[in-house]
Design a protein around this ligand. Structure first.
Ligand code: COA
Ligand code: MG
Length: 292
């Protein structure tokens, strides 16, 4: 199942947890990290676990963002929530596939303890948030089938780099963040998992959100994380194929089906070969979500 929109919900906010379910997001990420004050973490863990136990799972997937794997909070977070079977764990500030493997081992043990199948809980890596993270982006491939998606983060990265801003006067990300965005895209496709674009913090600016989604989708991202319910519909629409795209994809697939021995052929005066077929099949795989 592809995830277009993943909405962060602070794990200690009764009001936002209640509202999250009706937002239409493909997944909620119940946050135990940056959106929760350290003093509130014990409460957040309890609330998140109870929410997981009682929520209507047909409305979308439920993920939990843990604290960084090296922090004292990491095992407390996992021990509190894995027993309530989240669809997955979002892990922040990862630096390489080794962090994912370590998390996967923790999950193995907690799944056995909870009596749920080993491998049931997936992993989502937030993989560009530290100064060292960029150097590990080639190492996520083949670590564990639990890994479903990789995203990048610009806010923590700019804090890690001591930057006064991650955007220039034109409002666009400056070079270090554009690099992180591109490397994340390579990392995800290299690892054969979903590439998920980062958050737009200006949650009132829906035109900017639409543009960011379109740019991301054009480049090969298949979803976007977000922080406010109003962002969900824009993201879902932008990452769903349009009727025109579906019609074109069908035409490409039909053209190859009609000439099974052709490596390359033409459709309406344009050359088609293997990459076009692959892209068409990718579009068709998104159809289920488009109809939800
Ligand atoms: N999930 C669920 N509900 C949310 C929400 C979220 N992420 N963000 C806002 N809401 C709710 C509000 O509680 C409010 O509910 P109401 O209509 O019942 O009063 C409604 O949506 C409108 O919210 P609004 O008044 O526009 O914003 P706000 O000032 O309440 O919240 C933020 C703004 C940024 C604090 C909030 O969106 C938020 O907490 N986002 C998540 C932040 C986060 O998790 N960050 C970590 C990842 S980067
Ligand atoms: Mg953060």
């Amino acid at each position: 199942m592809m995830l277009r929109s993943m909405l962060f919900v602070p794990g200690d906010s009764e009001k936002k947890l209640a509202k999250g379910a009706s937002c239409g997001a493909d997944a909620l990420i119940l946050d135990l990290e940056d959106a929760v004050a350290a003093s509130r973490r014990p409460v957040a863990r309890e609330m998140t676990r109870e929410y997981l136990k009682s929520a209507d799972r047909s409305k979308g997937e439920l993920w939990v963002r843990m604290n960084p794997i090296d922090s004292d909070d990491a095992l407390k977070d996992l021990a509190a929530v894995v027993c309530a079977r989240p669809d997955g764990i979002a892990i922040p500030k990862t630096e390489s596939g080794a962090d994912i493997l370590r998390l996967s081992h923790y999950l193995d043990a907690l799944e056995v303890e909870a009596g749920i199948p080993i491998g049931a809980v997936a992993i989502f890596a937030i993989a560009t948030e530290t100064a060292g993270a960029a150097f590990g982006l080639g190492t996520y491939k083949g670590v564990t089938p639990r890994l479903r998606a990789i995203t990048w983060g610009a806010e923590d990265l700019s804090a890690a780099l001591g930057a006064s801003s991650n955007k220039g006067d034109d409002g666009q990300y400056t070079h270090p963040y554009v690099l992180a965005r591109s490397l994340c895209l390579y990392a995800a496709h290299h690892a054969e998992v979903q590439a998920i674009d980062t958050v737009l913090p200006d949650f009132r600016d829906s035109a900017k959100l639409k543009k960011e989604c379109e740019d991301a989708r054009r480049d090969g991202y298949t979803g976007k994380i977000c922080i406010h319910p109003d962002q969900v519909a824009v993201i879902n629409a932008a990452f769903s194929p349009t009727e025109a795209e579906l019609a074109q994809a069908r035409a490409v697939i039909d053209a190859f089906a009609a000439q099974p021995d052709a490596g390359t052929l033409q459709l309406n005066g344009k050359m088609l070969d293997k990459p076009h077929l692959k892209q068409a099949e990718r579009i068709m795989a998104l159809v289920d979500q488009a109809r939800r």
